[in-house]
Every structure is written in structure tokens, then in C-alpha cells.
Design a protein around this ligand. Sequence first.
Ligand code: T5A
Length: 209
Amino acid sequence: MTRGKFITFEGGEGAGKTTQVARLAERLRAGGVETVVTREPGGTPLGESIRDVVLGASPEPVTELLLFAAARAEHVAKVIRPALAHGTWVLCDRFVDSTRVYQGVMAGVSADLIGAIEMRTVAPTFPDLTVVLDVPAEEGLKRTEARGALTRFDAEHAAYHVELREAFRRVALAEPERCVMVDGSRAADEIAADIWRTVETRLLAEARP
Ligand code: T5A
């Protein structure tokens, strides 16, 4: 059985990740590719419970890191790895780069600690492709405000969101073999077409017999 492909979507608040995950899943399924859509924090019953806790409280940065990591360990072991082994493609709304950016860059937890935890909870199941949606901070915030139900991360001050965007841009530039940065400020259809081209070139061509 050929292993499925693992694609993650990253970016700041309101970057359009959830919208683009749904678009790509629809297109892959229409082409006969079995596809699972999932998200972090979440993805398992325990992960969803942790999501409620971690988004509802304001824990210490290291507590937050460990909660996200606990949810991810369950998610990788019980959902992502089995699906990939079965040949199913997995599309995940946020993954390790969110931890590296939010808990690492923004909250100051050491990259060494984050890396050590990744080795225990994720390795060797890193994404084949990561789509980083790049949107000006004010545009992302406008979208989340229009949608309502702000999380405590959405509600951070404007400078926080500007720094967040820069941190995700650095992630994309640092690992060009895995990451592609996509201009998320355009119409959803245009963004979806761009992402589809990348998936075709980088993953589907290789997966064809
Ligand atoms: N977190 C997460 C960590 O700190 N560490 C971690 O390790 C992990 C995994 C998750 C929070 O947890 C933090 C980061 C997050 O703050 P969440 O509620 O899942 O919280 O937040 P987000 O993932 O940011 O989800 P959002 O819903 O805020 O943003 P999305 O998914 O990027 O955007 P989407 O697609 O829902 O779109 C938002 C709105 O914009 C519209 C949509 O219709 C929607 O109304 N929209 C567009 N409008 C115009 N043009 C486009 N191209 C549009 N695309 C979407």
C-alpha cells in the first residue's frame, strides 16, 4: 500500500486555513483520492477536550506547550499515522509550525524543548507539504471579527499579529522543500487554484504510477 500524503495548513488568525482545507479536500476527493480532514488542537475526542481547555484558559507558556503536545501525540498516533499507512491523504488545519510560532517565537519557549517534544510525539510523521497562508495582520483580524467568537489569540493586540505573520513567513522561507507560502489576501478561488497547482506538481505527479 502506498503511503498517503500529509499536508498541513498554517498561518495567523483568519488567514483562511479552514476554507482552503475544505477546498482542497473537495478537489482531491473529486479526483478519487481518499482524504481525511482534521485540525489542531483537536482531531481526537481527547484532543477536542484539550482544545476546550487550552483555548478557554490562559496557561503558562510551558503548560500550553505540553497541552498542545499531548493533544498532538494522540492525534498523530490514533488518526494521522493510521490514515497515512492506509494510503489516505491527511489535510490538517495547523500542526507543528503553530507550536513553533505561538509557543516558541511568540511565548518564548525554547526551540530545543519544542524540538525534543516533536521528536517524541511527531517524528517521523512530519508533513510532506505545508501551505503557509500569508495575510496582512489587519486583513486576518477583520475576517475573524466579522466571523465573531474570538479566541484569546484573536484578541491579542495588533503588534502581536504583525509579529505572528513575520514568524510564519520565516517558517516558510526556512524550509522551502516542505513549505510553500501562498498569498492568502486574494479571493478564495484564486488561492485554491494556486494550492492545487502546488499539490499537483509536488505530490500528485509523484504519487501517480
Ligand atoms: N495554537 C494552535 C497554538 O497556539 N499552538 C498550536 O500548536 C496550535 C495547533 C486555534 C488557536 O490555537 C493556537 C493558534 C490559534 O489561535 P482556531 O479557532 O482553530 O484556534 O483558530 P484558527 O486556526 O486561527 O482559525 P480561524 O478560523 O481563526 O482562521 P482560519 O481557519 O485561518 O480562517 P477561515 O478559513 O476560518 O476564515 C476566517 C473567515 O474569513 C473568511 C471565512 O469565510 C471566515 O469567515 N475567509 C475569507 N474572506 C475573504 N477572502 C478569503 N480568501 C477568505 N478566506 C476565508
